[in-house]
Design a protein around this ligand. Structure first.
Ligand code: NAD
Ligand code: ZN
Length: 403
């Protein structure tokens, strides 16, 4: 199958995303600058050293001056000031100039971190993304958001900094654990729900083939997701008009769950997005934007694929109080003057920003999303009924009593 190319059209910051198999071995072919006599720095996730070496061998076969490998330990904790300092000092030590190239090889952690380093080294050097997780291939490598975490929260330090190319080699996914594949799928299905009803319907039919990494289906899902992301980013590169915020469907809820889990591996970002998307659609249904049938349809699809829809997957359970979730959401980057902002679906395939939501409603949605194991959290709530009916059963009765 031929490679697919999607262009992110951003004037002089435009770049191509190439999707195909076996691209690592010929990565240099997709880098739109001469490497002649240049230094190339490959910042990679230590768990994918072999992929970084494949890229390094290919660059070494060109007339580049030198190739350096800079390893970073796997995991979210690498998105830190300490890593930025260590990486940038290693690179400065080797000697970098404005026309050197930085390449990221790894998942979203490495892409965000290496991109941020590239944006501040000599005030900005060219940067290429080679994402190796499904989540980073469909989402984080596209659009130019780079950054790190601090004690105050995720991604609060960073820069908008576009790569000069994104090279997506789908073969790298063959070593990715299934749990990570599903986490990436959550961002794919999010794209359909927020922007493209036809794509969502296609996923209902073929989502299984995507998560089983059937090549043709996988490429189509990745390509469609990056086209959607590229369109939204083109319309609102630096999040000025609210358009780009639509990509955060499921993320206001999801971020609150991630924060409660303390980024300790109990809940992957994509899993939080999966549960958060269900909560956002629950909200959309309660606000009467989508029908109860639409909401059920989405739950059915998530369940069929094996995406989490409530908190029963998190073990040991989260212990944060309801107030804590509300507080986190008020402090979210997307909140305006403490007013929570939610992305809702006006219908399947069309999202909108909505801020006029009562705290009571949000608390109800959280309550219904907590599985029966969350009695400690629920102890302070009046939900004896909840324990008897189960999570979504209670929601349905709440829904019908309102309508
Ligand atoms: N910049 C953006 O627009 C944006 C968007 C979404 C998410 N993000 C960020 O992305 C990060 C999450 O990205 P992620 O889900 O890719 O996580 P990740 O980078 O931590 O990768 C997940 C795990 O997979 C391993 N891994 C990577 N590639 C592999 C492969 N091919 N085979 C086997 N194992 C492999 C990694 O070592 C890691 O353990 C978060 O920090 C999130 O904030 C950024
Ligand atoms: Zn996300």
């Amino acid at each position: 199958m031929e490679n697919r190319t999607v262009t992110v059209d951003l004037d002089d910051r435009s770049y191509d995303i190439t999707i195909g198999m076996g691209l690592l071995e010929k990565a240099a072919d997709f880098i739109p600058m001469s490497l002649s006599n240049k230094s190339v720095f490959i910042i990679y996730d230590e768990s994918v050293l072999n992929y970084a070496e494949t890229v390094a061998n290919n660059i070494n076969s060109t007339d580049a001056k030198s190739v350096y490998l800079v390893g970073v330990p796997s995991g979210e904790s690498s998105k830190s000031f300490a890593s930025v300092q260590s990486i940038t000092e290693q690179i400065l030590e080797k000697g970098i100039s404005r026309n050197s190239l930085v390449i990221a090889v790894g998942g979203g952690v490495i892409g965000d971190l290496a991109g941020f380093c590239a944006s501040i080294l000599l005030r900005g050097v060219p940067f290429v993304q080679i994402p190796t997780t499904l989540l980073s291939q469909v989402d984080s490598s596209v659009g130019g958001k780079t950054g790190i975490n601090t004690a105050q929260g995720k991604n609060l330090i960073g820069a908008f900094y576009q790569p000069i190319a994104v090279i997506i080699d789908t073969e790298t996914l063959e070593t990715l654990p299934e749990r990570q594949v599903l986490a990436g799928y959550a961002e794919i299905v999010k794209c359909g729900l927020l922007y493209d009803a036809k794509f969502y319907a296609w996923l209902e039919e073929h989502g299984r083939a995507v998560t089983q990494l059937k090549h043709a289906h996988l490429v189509r899902a990745i390509e469609t997701s990056v086209i959607i992301k590229a369109e939204v980013v083109k319309a609102d590169e630096t999040e000025q008009t609210g358009m780009r915020a639509l990509l955060n469907l499921g993320h206001t809820f999801g971020h609150a769950l991630e924060a409660a889990a303390g980024y300790d591996g109990r809940l992957l970002h994509g899993e939080a997005v999966s549960i958060g998307t269900i909560m956002a659609l629950d909200l959309s249904a309660r606000l009467k934007f989508i029908t109860e049938d639409d909401f059920d349809r989405v739950i059915d699809h998530f369940e069929e694929i094996g995406l989490p829809t409530d908190l029963s997957v998190i073990s040991p359970p989260l212990t944060a109080s309801m107030d804590k979730y509300i507080e986190t959401m008020r402090r979210d980057k997307k909140a305006v003057d403490g007013q929570m902002q939610f992305i809702v679906c006006k219908k399947i395939g069309k999202a909108a920003v909505h801020s006029d939501v009562s705290e009571k409603l949000i608390r109800e949605i959280f309550r219904d999303t907590f599985g029966p194991d969350y009695q400690a959290i629920l102890a302070s709530q009046t939900v004896t009924e909840f324990k008897m009916k189960g999570v979504r059963g209670l929601w349905k009765s709440a829904f019908s009593s309102q309508s």
